[in-house]
Write a protein that binds this ligand. Structure first.
Ligand code: F0G
Length: 483
C-alpha cells in the first residue's frame, strides 16, 4: 500500500455529520462578535475544524459497541479492569490512575511531586503543563534541541531533548542545590506538540532516561501522542524498522518512571486520560488527590463506558495501517500547503501542520500577533478554524520578571482530528490557505483588548489594529474557494 500514489483511508464511513455552509459575510460578523478569538466561535459556524486533534476524533464501530459494555459501578467495575489491563500492557506501569483528561493527570502529578520553588525541564511544555507547573509555584524550562528552533530545517527528530543543556542543568543543580534550585522532574513530550508535532528518537529517550537515573531526578513522559511518535521511530530511526509500534511504545514507556496521558489524542477517545506511575508511595499520594478532585480510583472522573472506549482505542491506535494513513495524510497536507506558498515547520509533524506565520507576515510584529491574524484570515476566507501557537498563547506577563514575554516562534497550527476529514476536505483547506498567502501583504495585526491572567488565549478579546472592521482588515478576495 505504501508504494501507491493514492492515499488510502483504511476505514469506511458509517455515520456522517452535516457541515453547515456559511458565507464570507456571515463569517465577518461572527469574527467581530467573537472578539477575533476562534475559541469564542461556535462549532456550527466552522466549515473545517482544524482547531485541535484533541477529543475530536471519530470512534470506530468497535468503540461504539464497547460503550454498551460500560459497567457503571462506583467501585471495581469491569470496565475499569479492562482499561487498567490494556494501559498496563502498553506502559508497564504498576499504578494507573484514571483522569478525566491529560491536564488533570498533570495537576495531580505536579501537586504531589511538589514543584513549588523548583524547576521542571521538558523538550517543550504544552500550555496546560506549563500553566499547571507555574500555578503551583514551579518554573517550566524548555530544552529542545537547537534544530527545533529552525522552522525550515529538515531533521528527523526535532522533538529531541538537548542532552548537553540537560546534563549541564542536572549537574549544576546537583552541585549547588541551594543556589540554583532543585529540578523536580524531567519530562519529554512525545510528540512535541508546541514544538511542531515533532518526534523524539528512541536514542534520545534512552539518553534522557539514563541522565535522569544518574542524577536521581524522576523522568516522565507526556505521552499524549505516543503512537505517532513510535511510528516515526519505526520509519526514521536506524534499526527500528522491523519492530512493531507496540513494542517501540512499550520501550518508550519503560524508560520513564511515569507518564501523563490524554486519551483525547492517541487514546482515540473523546474524553479521558491517565497518570501512570511506578512508585507506589507517590501513587498513594496521587490517589488521595484523585479522590478529592476526580473520583474514586477505579473511575477517576470517567464513566465506565469511557474507560471501555479508551481501552479499545489504545489497541486500535497501534494499528500500522492506521498510523501509515495518519502520518501520510499529515505529510501530504504539509506538502500541499508548502506548495501553495505557506512556510511550514519542516518536516511535517504527526498530528498537525504548523505554519510559520512570523515569516509569512513579516510586516506584522509579534506584539500584533501574526499567527492570530492568519488564523482569522483562514476563518474569514474559508471557514477554516486553526489555532495560534505564538505570542497570544505563550505571551502575557512572565511571573518571574513581571515583563511581557514573546513566543520564540509565531506559529499557526492546523491540527488533524483522527479519522474525521477526507482528502478533499484537506484539498479545500490548501486552496483557502493558498488564496490567503497570495494576499498576505493586505493582512493587518491584532491588539488585545481584554485578557485573563493565565491561559489568556482561551478567552481574550482582540481587535484589528487597522480598526474593528474585518472588511478593512482583509481586502475582499475573489470567490475562488467556492463558499
Ligand atoms: N500535553 C500535550 C502535549 C497536549 O497536547 C495536551 C493537550 C495536554 C498535555 C493536555 O491534555 O487537553 O486532555 O487536558 N492538547 C490539546 C491540543 C488541547 O489542542 O493540543 P488535555
Amino acid at each position: 500500500m505504501t508504494s501507491r500514489r493514492t492515499l488510502f483511508e483504511p476505514f469506511r464511513i458509517k455515520s456522517v455529520e452535516p457541515i453547515r455552509i456559511t458565507t464570507r459575510e456571515e463569517r465577518a460578523e461572527i469574527l467581530s462578535r467573537a472578539g477575533w478569538n476562534l475559541f469564542r466561535v461556535r462549532s456550527e459556524e466552522v466549515l473545517i475544524d482544524l482547531f485541535t486533534d484533541s477529543g475530536t476524533g471519530a470512534m470506530s464501530d468497535a468503540q461504539w459497541a464497547a460503550l454498551q459494555r460500560g459497567d457503571e459501578a462506583y467501585a471495581g467495575s469491569r470496565s475499569w479492569f479492562r482499561f487498567e489491563e490494556r494501559v498496563r500492557e502498553l506502559t508497564g506501569f504498576a499504578e494507573i490512575l484514571p483522569t478525566h483528561q491529560g491536564r488533570a493527570a498533570e495537576r495531580i502529578l505536579f501537586s504531589c511531586l511538589g514543584v513549588a520553588g523548583k524547576r521542571v525541564i521538558n523538550n517543550t511544555h504544552f500550555d496546560t503543563t506549563r500553566a499547571n507547573i507555574e500555578s503551583l509555584g514551579g518554573t517550566a524550562i524548555d530544552l529542545a534541541v537547537p534544530e527545533a528552533r529552525s522552522p525550515s530545517l529538515d531533521h528527523p527528530f526535532k522533538g529531541n531533548m538537548d542532552l548537553v543543556r540537560l546534563e549541564a542543568a542536572l549537574a549544576e543543580a546537583a552541585a549547588d542545590r541551594a543556589h540554583v534550585g532543585e529540578i523536580a522532574a524531567v519530562m519529554l513530550t512525545v510528540t512535541n506538540n508546541s514544538g511542531g508535532g515533532q518526534p523524539a528518537s528512541l536514542a534520545n529517550l534512552r539518553a534522557v532516561s539514563e541522565l535522569c537515573r544518574r542524577y536521581r531526578v524522576p523522568f516522565f513522559l507526556d505521552a499524549c501522542r505516543f503512537a505517532e511518535n513510535a511510528f516515526f521511530i519505526k520509519l526514521r530511526e536506524s534499526g527500528q524498522a522491523g519492530r512493531t509500534v507496540e513494542s517501540i511504545a512499550q520501550e518508550m514507556f519503560s524508560l520513564a518512571v511515569g507518564a501523563t496521558f490524554s486519551a483525547k489524542k492517541d487514546g482515540l477517545a473523546n474524553i479521558g486520560g491517565f497518570l501512570g506511575l511506578r512508585d507506589e508511595r507517590l501513587a498513594q499520594r496521587c490517589k488521595e488527590l484523585l479522590l478529592l478532585t476526580e473520583g474514586f480510583p477505579t473511575y477517576g472522573g470517567l464513566a465506565g463506558r469511557d474507560l471501555e472506549a479508551i481501552a479499545v482505542g489504545l489497541t486500535e491506535i497501534v494499528d500500522e495501517n492506521y498510523l501509515h494513513h495518519r502520518i501520510e495524510t499529515t505529510r501530504r497536507f504539509g506538502r500541499g500547503l508548502a506548495a501553495a506558498g505557506l512556510p511550514i515547520i519542516e518536516p511535517p509533524g504527526g498530528h498537525a501542520i504548523y505554519i510559520d506565520a512570523g515569516s509569512l507576515l513579516p510586516h506584522i510584529p509579534p506584539r500584533e500577533l501574526p499567527g492570530q491574524a492568519l488564523a482569522c484570515a483562514l476563518y474569514l476566507e474559508g471557514g477554516v478554524r486553526s489555532v495560534e501557537i505564538g505570542t497570544l498563547m505563550f505571551g502575557g506577563i512572565d511571573p518571574s520578571t513581571g515583563l511581557e514575554r514573546q513566543a520564540p516562534l509565531e506559529l499557526l497550527r492546523l491540527a488533524l482530528p483522527r479519522r474525521v476529514y477526507t482528502q478533499s476536505h484537506l484539498d479545500y483547506v490548501i486552496e483557502v490557505a493558498g488564496d490567503v498567502a497570495a494576499h498576505r501583504s493586505e493582512l493587518s495585526g491584532l491588539r488585545i483588548v481584554e485578557q485573563a491572567d493565565s491561559l489568556r488565549h482561551f478567552s481574550a478579546r482582540l481587535e484589528p489594529v487597522a480598526g474593528d472592521d474585518s472588511r478593512e482588515m482583509f481586502r475582499e478576495m475573489p470567490a475562488a474557494v467556492g463558499v
